[in-house]
Design a protein around this ligand. Structure first.
Ligand code: SF4
Length: 221
């Protein structure tokens, strides 16, 4: 059978041709894709995502299992003395900044959104300490609103795979242009898991499920 040049070198195919098979393979390789932070409500997820900065999700889940029993609404966080909250989240690291961010965000939710976490990007990013990545995680996972959350894993994977230009804004724009909105949630969480488990800073290319589709020039052997 004749083998075309493109079939022989799929890594050189344009990003729009590789995007779909890449997503399909990653979803198959990581069937457990999805948020690893535990939450019951949008408020829980917002707080957990703020806490997760510079910390492992497992540690955050250990802390929030107790925290979320005590704090069930935005006013609960607003009423809590800063020092008490700091003590309760101390083991997540950077606890002073995180307590300040949680109190600032929940204050905004109470004062400007009637105590409910806003369901749109502008509302979420207007809250103290809430950036685009955190807002996208909450939108996608808590509200089912299409959003691509770009953390360091998504950025690394997307740029190595040649699907987007470097930089968080460029990656979000690039992936949003390649994938339909219905896939944005899946893109976020399959890319996160791929970046955590295989396409790590020193990638494990020989066991990568998208090896032949990847144009990264510094693949490991
Ligand atoms: S082949 Fe290597 S660099 Fe490319 S996506 Fe896979 S692990 Fe990452």
């Amino acid at each position: 059978m004749a083998v075309t040049k493109r079939a022989a070198r799929p890594a050189r195919a344009p990003a729009r041709e590789r995007a779909r098979p890449i997503l399909g393979r990653l979803a198959k390789a990581y069937p457990d894709w999805g948020p690893t932070l535990e939450f019951r409500t949008p408020l829980d997820l917002l707080v957990a995502t703020i806490l997760a900065a510079q910390a492992r999700d497992e540690r955050i889940n250990e802390v929030t299992r107790t925290l979320f029993q005590k704090y069930r609404s935005a006013p609960d966080y607003v009423r809590a003395p800063q020092a008490t909250l700091e003590k309760e989240i101390r083991s997540t690291g950077f606890f002073r900044q995180k307590a300040k961010a949680i109190k600032g965000a929940t204050q905004g939710i109470v004062e400007r959104f009637g105590g409910e976490v806003p369901r749109d990007m502008d509302g979420l990013t207007s809250l103290h300490g809430v950036g685009r990545k955190t807002a996208s995680i909450v939108l996608g996972a808590a509200f089912g609103v299409p959003a691509i959350a770009v953390d360091r894993h998504v950025e690394r994977v997307a740029t190595r795979l040649g699907l987007a230009l470097k930089g968080k804004d460029g990656v979000e724009r690039g992936l949003a242009a390649l994938y339909p909105k219905r896939d944005w949630y899946k893109v976020t969480w399959t890319f996160v898991l791929h970046g955590r488990r295989t396409c790590t800073p020193t990638p494990a290319c020989p066991r990568c499920p998208v090896l032949e589709l990847c144009p990264y020039p510094k693949k490991t052997r």
